[in-house]
Design a protein around this ligand. Structure first.
Ligand SMILES: [Zn+2]
Ligand SMILES: [Zn+2]
Length: 175
């Protein structure tokens, strides 16, 4: 969906969309599992500056290889966004949206508006968890024999991963 500056000069543009998997292009290791459900609105905050504010809420389930065992990890995402875009006078190609360093909440657009798809793509990638695991208790791949220890327990004598030592420590603290 294109958020046209000309239209924004006349009115706010509310949007409520469902974007099926396959429409947006994510990086190879990321897979969109459910439609992106998004609701929000775009408005021209300042006529003079051409500042566009895009806010809303999105929901989607993504899939990425688990950091520990490389099997697909399901990543449900829910994100509120409230972003401001200013016209980019540097002459970047039309449609390109980038966020400048130090001004994380401000993006730029060039030409006569903004592509909502680009905004959503960026927001979803930002909302991904740092640690992508198939389940909190994933045992990962054995560093000695290379087996997926969720599927086949192996007889190697490995210390549990640091994180589960941590969770164990936390659990004993809670008690
Ligand atoms: Zn895993
Ligand atoms: Zn092993």
């Amino acid at each position: 969906m294109f958020l046209s500056l000309r239209e924004l000069e006349l009115r706010k543009i509310p949007f409520e969309l469902q974007i099926p998997p396959g429409k947006l292009e994510f990086a190879d290791e990321l897979k969109q599992v459910t439609p992106i459900v998004v609701k929000g609105e775009a408005e021209l905050v300042s006529d003079v500056l051409g500042e566009i504010r895009v806010s809303g809420k999105l929901r989607v389930t993504m899939e990425a290889p688990c950091d520990r065992c490389v099997e697909p990890a399901t990543l449900p995402i829910e994100s509120d966004f409230d972003l401001t875009y200013r016209p980019d006078e540097s002459g970047a190609p039309a449609g390109e949206v980038h966020v400048s360093e130090g001004e994380s909440e401000i993006g730029f657009y060039s030409g006569d508006g903004l592509q909502l798809d680009d905004i959503l793509l960026e927001q979803i990638v930002l909302a991904l968890p740092m640690r992508k695991v198939c389940s909190p208790g994933c045992k990962g791949i054995c560093p000695s024999c290379g087996q997926n220890r969720n599927l086949t327990p192996c007889a190697c004598d490995n210390k549990p991963p640091l994180e589960s030592q941590w969770t164990a420590a936390l659990h004993s603290l809670k008690k």
